[in-house]
Design a binder for this molecule. Structure first.
Ligand code: FUL
Length: 496
């Protein structure tokens, strides 16, 4: 028998001998769509508020500003995209039209646009320049098309305005390549003309024209507003939600912030906040300090949401140096905390395992497809981490494989006291979802235990991280005590 034939028969033999894998547990609905999964994996997006307001020092333009004010001498969308990419943002979202009605692309349905401005002698197209820079850099593009339009005369006439709005939407979704997100703002000024937006039609058309896009609004359908403009999610934050319980333009902030553990729809939340006090650039405003951005990261990405940070280009058409500096510090700070997962040094075990490929060691591998699954019908679900030497830490990260549904309703971390040998509770949290980060005062131990308390279905855990965040360290020897109010509140909440 030749060597080749021998190899062939032995591989057949090993195939027939291998034990079939234990199947995955049943996912628990509602489940994310592939677009929602991709959106969530992106973690952070950069918002770009830009338009006549940038030049007139306003936030809500009246719609009467002369198009001649729009003249950014050095506009460079490649700079915007490069900064977004270098700072770890997965997509950029531009205000193609804000409430003032001015279009950053040469729309065929109005003259109130870049084509009536002196910029590039009226031949420019900001959306096109951004689309090509984003495609070149390989990051996603999202567009904001404000429903509230303070310029166009059709506003207030329901049929006429819906036709106008959808024609503009069609331009944006057919001329600029792949669009990853359509951002529908719910704002409308007091005493504005009353009219109806045909949301159902809008959503259908958007999905038809850009099947890969998620639609953001106060109530989804794909991504919901978090309910505040501070970038802070509820310390309980479900991706589960009832779309019918939320009304665009009139939401209950608590429902938006927390989601709904009994919700029938998968509508995860996006936390929008500006790096500066305003959404648009103003010469006299400065960016938030890096400590604030880190807090927002913990309270958005660390609470199962996407962090949408607005970094407004200035009147020369560039992102300001001050903002670039803070973004660089933010990236370095995040890396310094999260690049070193101390859990990787631990020996991992669990209270039970569903079967071969679902072992506890999976929680040290990035990616959703490998996870720890306990044996069915258990009353206790625990993961154990044993270290050779004691470790100091003040951050816990837990992730669920959300393609299988969101399951964990509450959990806590315990550690064995180095001196007394007794188990002590470190921190308690409610929901997990895609990613949960909890900060607490610095601890030291050799043995840790993650205890899942309440679930919607057998818990599945895809990742565990244990970190030392020196920047937020409240330990005795630290000079930088930056435990913030939100964190204090969380600690109180978790203790109760
Ligand atoms: C709000 C708008 O009114 C602001 O101008 C900004 O665009 C923000 C993101 O949404 O509702």
């Amino acid at each position: 028998m030749s060597l080749l034939t021998l190899l062939f028969f032995s591989s057949l033999l090993s195939l027939s001998n291998s034990t079939p894998l234990k199947p995955h547990p049943l996912p628990i609905t509602p489940l994310p769509s592939s677009q929602q999964l991709q959106w969530q994996l992106g973690s952070m997006a950069m918002f770009l508020h830009f338009g006549p307001n940038t030049f007139t020092d306003s936030e809500w333009g009246t719609g009467k500003a002369d198009p001649s004010v729009f003249n950014p001498a050095h506009l460079n969308a490649t700079q915007w995209v490069q900064i977004a990419k270098d700072s770890g943002f997965s997509r950029v979202i531009l205000t193609a039209k804000h409430h003032d009605g001015f279009c950053l692309w040469p729309s065929d349905y109005t003259d109130y646009s870049v084509k009536s401005s002196p910029w590039r002698n009226g031949t420019g197209d900001v959306v096109a320049e951004l689309a090509s820079a984003a495609a070149e850099a390989g990051i996603g593009l999202g567009l904001y098309l404000s429903p509230w339009d303070r310029h166009d005369e059709a506003y207030g006439k329901t049929l006429e305005y819906n036709e106008f709005y959808l024609s503009q939407m069609t331009e944006l979704l057919t001329k600029y390549g792949e669009i990853k997100e359509v951002w529908l703002d719910g704002a409308k000024g007091e005493g504005e003309k009353d009219m109806e937006y045909y949301f159902t039609t809008w959503f259908s058309l958007i999905h038809q024209l850009q099947p890969g896009a998620v639609i953001f609004s106060d109530a989804g359908p794909d991504v919901r507003w978090i309910g505040d403009e501070a970038g802070v999610a509820g310390s309980t934050c479900w991706s589960l939600f009832n779309r019918t319980d939320a009304k665009i333009g009139d939401t209950d902030p608590l429902y938006s912030q927390q989601g709904d553990g009994f919700g029938q729809d998968w509508v995860p939340a996006e936390c929008d906040v500006s790096i500066r006090p305003g959404w648009f650039w103003h010469a006299l405003e400065s960016p938030k300090p890096v400590a604030k951005l880190l807090d927002i990261y913990y309270n958005s990405v660390g609470r199962n949401c996407l962090f949408l940070l607005n970094v407004p280009p200035n009147s020369s058409g560039l992102i300001s140096e001050q903002d670039i500096k803070v973004l660089k510090e933010f990236r370095e700070l995040k890396n310094s905390i999260f690049a070193n997962n101390l859990a990787r040094k631990a020996f991992i075990n669990s209270s039970s395992v569903r079967g071969g490929q679902f072992g506890a060691e999976n929680v040290l591998e990035e990616g959703l497809d490998k996870y720890w699954a306990p044996e069915e019908k258990q009353k206790e679900w625990e993961l154990y981490l044993e270290f050779r030497d004691p470790v100091s830490f003040n951050v816990l990260e837990v992730r669920e494989p959300i393609q299988m549904g969101q399951r964990v309703a509450s959990f806590h971390l315990e550690m064995r006291n180095v001196k007394s040998g007794k188990w002590e509770r470190v921190v308690r949290g409610t929901t997990v979802g895609f990613k949960r980060l909890l900060r607490f005062p610095r601890c030291e131990s050799r043995s840790l235990k993650l205890v899942v308390e309440k679930v919607r279905a057998d818990p599945l855990i895809s990742y565990i991280g244990i970190y030392m965040d020196k920047f937020s360290d409240s330990g005795r020897n630290s000079s930088k005590i930056t435990i913030t109010r939100t964190l204090q509140e969380e600690l109180v909440l978790n203790d109760s």
